[in-house]
Design a protein around this ligand. Structure first.
Ligand code: SF4
Ligand code: SF4
Length: 345
């Protein structure tokens, strides 16, 4: 494992990070074993979020007594100062720490988000206050919208940008990453497996390792997966013509048929929560069905409000057949809900 300086934070972090979502579905003992294995194998950067259920608590428990050995990032969706302050305090308590290295505004995609964050009484005020008090060390931001991500980096308010990056979703490479490097903003690659659509770890990391200053944060749900992924980082990185052909194959196969979570389609005039609903299949594959159904119930029940008006079709830059895909996701949810109904309160 190599270690790199993470942008203007000056923090030294492992070239491979740890994404905290899959910890949700692990028992706390198993989560602790996976986290400690990752640390023993060299991973020092851990990313979680206030919304990832008990992920923060599991990270806090795993690294209790060795806080200074790891770099911890979390994030919040709150756009108001009071809500952000509450989430930071909650994150500190769950993580069992008195400081969080990087606290990120979670998924800033729309102008309305940004206006709320920067308005008087907005979340930015709370982040700056928390930084002044030493509760957080650096402020970062995450987005799925390329245009917004570029705009956010150009504000020079942030120490890091987290954006999707994998061999299918390469849009960030030519503009966002260039601008971030120019401004010494740390780059985190979320969704290294394209939100679960890539099932070939070998070529996934061959691609990512071609960009050594971009820190991928894959989720890990077992010691075996930790060992497998770290093994890629212990080899010379050689990408063969066959690997490139395989990447092209995935691009062609998935090209128009998966949601990138850019949120251009929202809001739906009928209240359908399109983006999270389009992720249901991925969520269901990452969590146990009982957790996935419970976690997604409000989102998936909003799909019933779809009238098929087609307004979202005009807004999706990827030309996804959104109403048809929503129906397929809902059918899977409904099937799992019926199977799990005894377990759901
Ligand atoms: S087709 Fe359905 S999801 Fe799309 S905008 Fe219309 S009601 Fe909303
Ligand atoms: S359905 Fe299309 S527009 Fe909506 S979030 Fe997904 S990729 Fe973006």
């Amino acid at each position: 494992m190599r270690y790199v300086i993470f942008g203007k934070t000056g923090l030294t972090v492992s070239e491979l990070g740890f994404g905290g979502i899959p910890l949700i579905r692990l028992h706390k003992d198993s989560a602790g074993e996976v986290l400690r294995r990752a640390y023993e194998r060299g991973i020092t950067f851990y990313d979680t979020a206030n919304m990832y259920l008990d992920s923060e608590e599991k990270i806090g428990a795993a690294f209790s007594g060795m806080r200074d050995k790891v770099v911890i990032a979390s994030k919040s969706l709150r756009r108001d100062a009071a809500g952000m302050t509450g989430h930071i305090e909650e994150s500190l308590r769950r993580l069992k720490t008195d400081y969080i290295d990087l606290y990120q505004l979670h998924q800033v995609a729309k102008e309305s988000d940004w206006n709320a964050i920067t308005a008087p009484g907005g979340a930015m005020e709370a982040l700056l206050t928390a930084r002044d008090k030493g509760n957080i060390r650096y402020i970062g931001v995450t987005s799925h919208s390329l245009a917004m991500a570029v705009k956010l980096v150009k504000t020079d308010l942030f120490s890091s940008i987290q954006f999707p990056f994998n061999f299918i979703e390469i849009a960030a490479k030519d503009e966002l990453h260039v601008i971030a490097r120019e401004r010494n903003v740390g780059i985190l690659a979320m969704k290294p497996f394209a939100g679960g659509m890539i099932d070939n770890a070998d070529i996934t990391f061959k691609f990512l390792r071609q960009h050594p200053d971009v820190i991928p944060i894959p989720g890990f749900d077992s010691i075996a997966v930790v060992d497998q992924v770290i093994s890629f980082y212990e080899q010379e990185n050689v990408t063969t013509p066959k690997d490139l052909d395989l990447m092209d194959h995935y691009r062609n196969e998935l090209g128009k048929q998966f949601c990138r979570r850019c949120e251009y389609c929202q809001p739906c005039p009928n209240g359908v929560l399109i983006t999270p609903a389009m992720a249901y299949r991925v969520i269901a594959s990452r969590m146990s069905p009982a957790v996935a159904v419970k976690f997604s119930r409000p989102v998936m029940e909003s799909v019933l409000q779809c009238t098929g008006c087609g307004e979202c079709l005009e807004k999706c830059p990827y030309e996804l057949p959104i109403p048809d895909m929503l129906k397929a996701h809902y059918d899977l949810y409904e099937q799992q809900r019926k199977e799990m109904q005894d377990l759901i309160p």
